[in-house]
Design a protein. Structure first.
Length: 182
């Protein structure tokens, strides 16, 4: 796994051994960043269920101003921090160990705002809707912001949900990326 483009292009990222973390494949990541390219430069990026930090770190490499990564597993958080340090992005991002819904609530209380919120929850738990409700309640999505849900093909997400409207949906084998705006 590596950074595809930008200031850290071709730098390798660490990943956990085994199947506990499911990093977004390079081809899917390339497609995602082609779609969101107009939103990246100078953006504030939130990566929920961060895993290795792969997506947020790619966003920083491509010009995002700030990134916050939330991960509940301690072993995964350790890898994220190693990746941040190896790329030299410590001044532009933070990684926290926390439950995602709780973290969203805390970010809302701190009046944080994000231009892009990316989530890739464990597929079998169907957490996208629960997290989107928390995002709406917390008010952390900036005006004109974008929510991206990476989920299993069989997790059905509505065209309109929790105050958000589906803007796009792309299928990649068994995974789907659904894009929401206000």
């Amino acid at each position: 796994m590596r950074i595809i483009a930008g200031e850290a292009k071709n730098k390798k990222l660490k990943s956990r051994k085994g199947m506990d973390t499911r990093p977004t494949l390079g081809s899917v990541k390339e497609s995602l960043f082609s779609i969101i390219a107009p939103y990246i430069d100078g953006s504030r990026f939130l990566d929920l269920f961060s895993g290795t930090g792969n997506i947020a770190l790619e966003a920083l490499s491509r010009g995002a101003k700030k990134a916050i990564m939330i991960e509940q597993e301690q072993a995964a958080l350790k890898i994220i921090i190693e990746n941040i340090n190896s790329l030299g992005f410590q001044d532009r991002c933070r990684a926290y160990k926390n439950d995602v819904v709780r973290a969203v609530e805390i970010l809302g209380r701190k009046e944080e705002k994000f231009d892009i919120i990316f989530m890739d929850p464990p597929y079998k738990q169907e957490l996208c809707k629960k997290v989107m409700i928390a995002i709406e309640k917390s008010g952390i999505l900036a005006e004109g912001g974008l929510i991206i849900c990476e989920h299993h093909l069989f997790e059905d997400l509505d065209d309109e949900f929790a105050g958000f409207k589906k803007a796009d949906c792309r299928k990649y084998g068994k995974k789907t990326m659904t894009f929401y705006t206000r």
